[in-house]
Design a protein around this ligand. Structure first.
Ligand code: HEC
Length: 95
């Protein structure tokens, strides 16, 4: 009986762990393109990428946001900034 309880607890832990890893490794729907790698490496340093991909903004608004992130300390060069804004507007722009 004691062994059975231990086995059930062990099984529960395995199930919980595999479910949480399933949630966290879920691929974010980030379209291919120049800028994808930059977004993946620079834009999730302070928050998740869900903040980014749930927006639909104009080019001006994206410029504004990326500028703000840089002011807050995002390590992005001006060349990278151009690529990022283009990518964001193309894929997450206003329809
Ligand atoms: C230095 C840290 C940092 C980095 C790097 C960073 N952000 Fe942010 N970002 C923040 C903070 C702080 C907020 C505001 C708090 C929050 O919403 O979590 C924010 C919020 C946002 C928002 C929410 C909209 C809004 O008006 O607040 C968007 C969109 C966003 N970031 C996009 C980006 C993009 C795109 C990148 C990559 C180019 C990026 N962030 C990189 C710190 C950062």
């Amino acid at each position: 009986m004691f062994m059975l309880n231990k086995y059930i607890i062990f099984l529960c832990i395995i199930i919980i762990v595999s479910f949480t890893s399933l949630i966290y490794t879920k691929e974010l729907p980030l379209p291919e393109g120049e800028g994808k790698a930059l977004i993946l490496s620079k834009c999730n340093l302070c928050h998740g990428l869900d903040v980014v991909i749930n927006q639909r903004l104009s080019k001006l608004e994206w410029e504004d946001i990326v500028n703000r992130m840089i002011r807050w300390g995002a390590p992005i060069s001006s060349r990278e900034q151009e690529i990022i804004v283009e990518y964001l507007y193309k894929n997450f722009g206003q329809k």
